[in-house]
Design a protein around this ligand. Structure first.
Ligand code: GLC
Length: 430
């Protein structure tokens, strides 16, 4: 029996408070559309971000399933006729000028960005449907969700190897992860210069893309940033599998369910064949037309653990040799975004650049369920326990020092409320 030296109900209460306090509601100047969603953090991130909203929807299931549905409905207002879903929806015009100053983004329209984010959407729809069995909701959101996954296949897999590619680092949601340093020319940059250098490097990328924006399918062919990311593709494969099940639930033609399930298997096979490294026992991202392996050990390398059908031998090596390795990932507050053994590891956020060492709750949420699916029930419970302790100590912040639990980044951060899902899964609240 796990003992928790923290008041779990207080952590849960704080998570619920943030989910309520971060709600943004109103009518946008964007064609008079009504919006009603949870933003990541009112002060730092007042807009709707795609993977954040999917995580918020999952967390909201522990509060009120109607709000979880609302979150996804609002997000899907950004769905485009060709299937594209933008990474940010900028509902409120009064925040636009600051956003364009502060973030490295390119807009496709005044109200949404030209980039996307990890496809957590299908998993979120799956969770909401499992919790509510609301068939009308399913029939409402499933078509746009399927269209988005078909868009990814059509526009983001030009080499047809079943792995989708990113056009810029923050499409993975892992903006400044050191795995991208080489391609972004950031490998010899001093800590205090990192944020500026990243911005310049993003501007270089945008400059290269500018003449081709009208034809998004060409951007990867320029080969300035063509990145097949193991975390993104694990989330993609998981989503395809969820879509297969959802198509069956919706009573769609069996061939449609089979299409998504077959594609899920192909993505997993491609990960196992192209990204697995039997020597080191981890998965590596691939970059460039030549598909070079990015040998930087981050939690991404463990992410295929979220897939139920992952090869047993690979599961064993990922967990026993790496996740539970106290020098790499099993730090006092696991799982750090970068392994403790990497030269770029920055647990104290000295670079002021994100995803270079601290621990985040969204990745722990995914890995928790992956561990459970593979029979590592005790490890999952221990991960949940330390995650709750970390949030209990540091508060509802954006990310945490993996040694001390010291919190950094945005305050009242939305997806940190995923602790609610872990708390409920463990049965730690009456
Ligand atoms: C940061 C994160 C990104 C997240 C966004 C809003 O840019 O790197 O993953 O979606 O903030 O929370």
């Amino acid at each position: 029996m796990t003992t928790i030296e923290i008041d779990v109900s207080k952590v849960a209460e704080d998570a619920r408070r943030v989910l309520a306090a971060n709600r943004q509601k109103g009518v946008s100047e964007w064609n008079g559309r009504a919006y009603d969603f949870v933003c990541p953090s009112p002060r730092s991130y007042p807009f709707q971000w795609m993977w954040d909203s999917c995580f918020h929807a999952i967390a909201l299931l522990s509060v009120d399933p109607e709000l979880a549905k609302q979150e996804l409905r609002c997000l899907l207002q950004g769905a485009q006729p060709d299937g594209f879903l933008p990474h940010m929806l900028l509902w409120e015009k009064k925040f636009h000028a600051a956003a364009l100053r502060e973030y490295s983004i390119v807009l496709a329209d005044p109200y949404y960005t030209a980039t996307t984010q990890p496809p957590v959407l299908a998993r979120a729809v799956w969770r909401v449907y499992q919790a509510t069995k609301d068939r009308d909701f399913l029939l409402e959101v499933l078509p746009a969700t399927m269209r988005y996954f078909r868009w990814l296949k059509a526009y983001r897999d030009p080499d047809d190897d079943h792995l989708i590619a990113l056009i810029q680092p923050d499409e993975s949601g892992l903006d400044a992860s050191p795995k991208y340093d080489r391609l972004m020319n950031l490998h010899n940059v001093a800590a205090e210069e990192m944020a500026d250098a990243l911005r310049q490097s993003m501007d270089r990328l945008f400059g290269a893309y500018a003449p081709h924006r009208e034809d998004p399918a060409r951007l990867l062919a320029l080969d300035v940033f063509n990145w097949e990311d193991v975390m993104v593709n694990s989330i993609y494969a998981d989503g395809l599998q969820c879509l297969g099940g959802l198509c069956r639930e919706a009573g769609y033609p069996p061939a449609e369910a089979a299409e998504f399930e077959r594609r899920a298997r192909r993505v997993l096979s491609a990960l196992e064949e192209k990204c697995w490294d039997e020597r080191t026992g981890v998965f590596w991202d691939l970059y460039g037309y030549e598909e070079n392996r990015a040998h930087v050990l981050t939690f991404t390398s463990l992410f295929p653990l979220i897939l139920d059908s992952l090869d047993r031998h690979m599961v064993w090596r990922l967990v026993e040799e790496h996740l539970l390795n106290e020098r790499e990932f099993w730090l006092p507050f696991p799982v750090p975004s970068v392994a403790g053994t990497e030269p770029s590891f920055d647990p104290e956020y000295q670079t002021r650049a994100m995803w270079r060492g601290p621990t985040w709750v969204n990745s722990n949420y995914y890995l928790y369920w992956g561990l459970r699916a593979h029979g590592y029930r005790d490890v999952a419970t221990e991960l949940a326990k330390r995650t709750v302790q970390m949030v209990g100590t540091g508060g509802m912040r954006e990310f945490f020092n993996p040694y001390t639990g010291t919190a950094y980044g945005a305050v009242d951060f939305g997806w940190t409320a995923l602790v609610l899902d872990l708390i409920h899964a463990e049965g730690w609240l009456p």
